[in-house]
Design a protein around this ligand. Structure first.
Ligand SMILES: Cc1cc2nc3c(=O)[nH]c(=O)nc-3n(C[C@H](O)[C@H](O)[C@H](O)COP(=O)(O)OP(=O)(O)OC[C@H]3O[C@@H](n4cnc5c(N)ncnc54)[C@H](O)[C@@H]3O)c2cc1C
Length: 417
């Protein structure tokens, strides 16, 4: 069913009884050409592009829970292309361009809102670093404007400009940055993949990967064995565990990242704002809630909930930057599991096992990557060649040390990226 204003009118006039289910609920077949493990944003977009761009049909996405229950439905929805290093910058630039046509592509309202992102800086050194980043973004063909203190005040008058501990020196403004409705992105890709014949199989946990003579044969699941010629692992925070089923040890650690939302308020924050000294960032959802987050919890974990010290740390940063936020009531907080690599950049690559492919290491920035990751991973699986926008995301860089992309300049400690 194609969605349109006409369809809304028609269904409204006929009691809304004609809407078709957004995707089917098929039983797994005994064999597929391609199995994608993980029905998050990246797994669904991979399946979608395999079907849409490469014309492949016999594909299943196996999801251990429900579509949208992982990080794709837990993130703070920021979409941006403000990366500095070659490798990252062309990939995220490619992704932002896909975002800009996504609603038309999927015929689904993902509520992509390019409301602008401002990264604040608080010292001369930070200003230099952001000026260089802005130049890299412009060289990549994206947009960046360096604002001075008064420029920031014009956009964000509610910040505390009087505080002396972290004075606001200015900000790097990325007008095409913004947000999107996270679940809608999962639902839109799921609907697009399903309508092209992809089987989306929920409540189907992969428990083993069958490999014979160095060639993948299929997977074991809680709903039985399924054979496949090609298998893609796209399970975000569970990447280390699932790769271990094929005997692989990944350079990935899993850490909790928390986020918070307040009660609904009248519109007051119309950009995405990021605090340069406290790892705090915030935007306002279309329902009015202030959505914000900060650092990772300081230890590795698979528990999808966070700890209290980090809550205090994030609230403290929020109060430092914009004391007005103290009047808002926090409604909920939650956590998701981040697949952190030692250089903070992702992996989209083949493995040493024929027919087994890997897409992981998105750290806390993989939502904005959903369209390009799906596009590039689908290209790799379909053609056995890396997509040019993701050719730097090689797995062997962690073995050889060549081609590392330490975007933050923090060294090889997973939780610092
Ligand atoms: C609090 C928070 C804030 C964030 N903010 C942002 C942001 O503002 N901007 C941004 O770009 N990124 C952000 N991120 C990061 C982003 O959400 C993730 O990098 C991205 O969603 C990960 O990819 P995914 O959507 O495929 O993951 P997921 O949705 O987690 O998908 C992986 C799926 O694999 C399934 N799975 C796992 N093991 C198995 C198995 N054995 N068998 C079958 N299925 C399995 C899981 O159930 C899950 O559904 C944030 C994350 C969190 C938690």
């Amino acid at each position: 069913m194609r969605y349109s204003a006409w369809q809304v009118l028609r269904q409204g006039l006929t009691g809304n009884r004609g809407w078709a289910p957004v995707w089917r609920n098929p039983d797994p077949k005994p064999e597929y050409d391609i199995i994608i493990i993980g029905g998050g944003g990246h797994g669904l977009s991979t399946a979608y592009y395999l079907a849409r761009k490469h014309g492949l049909k016999n594909i299943a996405v196996l999801e251990k829970g429900y579509i949208g229950g992982g990080n794709v439905g837990r993130n703070t929805t920021i979409v941006r292309a403000n990366y500095f290093l070659e490798g990252n910058s062309q990939f995220y630039s490619h992704s932002l361009k896909l975002w800009e046509g996504l609603e038309r592509e999927l015929n689904f309202n993902v509520m992509h809102s390019q409301r602008g992102l401002i990264n604040l800086f608080h010292s001369d050194g930070q200003r230099d670093a952001f000026a260089r980043r802005g130049n890299a973004m412009i060289n990549q063909g994206d947009d960046a404007i360096l604002l001075d203190r008064e420029g920031v005040r014009r956009h964000l008058p509610y910040l505390d400009f009087e505080q002396i501990r972290f004075p606001v020196y200015g900000g790097l403004y990325h007008p095409r940055g913004g947000t999107a409705r996270h679940d809608a992105v999962a639902w839109g890709y799921a609907r697009g993949a399903d309508s092209r014949g992809v089987d989306l199989i929920q409540n189907c946990e992969v428990t083993g990967i069958d490999v014979k003579g160095g060639v993948v044969q299929g997977v074991q699941t809680t709903r039985g064995a399924i054979r496949a010629r090609k298998v893609g692992i796209v399970v975000a925070g569970r990447s280390g565990q699932v790769a271990a089923m094929a005997g692989m040890r990944l350079p990935v650690e899993s850490h909790v990242l928390q986020a918070f939302v307040t009660e609904g308020l009248k519109p007051c924050i119309d950009h995405v704002v990021s605090f340069g000294m406290g790892h705090f960032y915030i935007s306002q959802s279309d329902k009015g809630g202030l959505v914000f987050g900060g650092d990772l919890d300081f230890y590795a974990s698979y528990a999808q909930r966070g700890n209290l010290p980090m809550k205090e740390h994030v609230m403290e940063a929020a109060m430092t930057l914009m004391p007005m936020i103290g009047k808002a009531k926090v409604l909920r907080s939650w956590g998701g599991i981040m697949d952190m690599t030692p250089d903070g950049s992702p992996i989209i690559d083949k493995t040493h096992i024929e027919g087994l492919y890997l897409d992981c290491g998105w750290c806390y920035g993989g939502f904005k990557a959903v369209p390009a990751s799906g596009d590039c991973f689908a290209h790799l699986i379909a053609t056995d060649r890396p997509h040019e926008a993701a050719s730097a995301f090689r797995l062997d860089r962690f073995r050889t040390g060549a081609g590392l992309m330490d975007e933050e300049g923090t060294g090889a400690q997973h939780n610092l990226h």
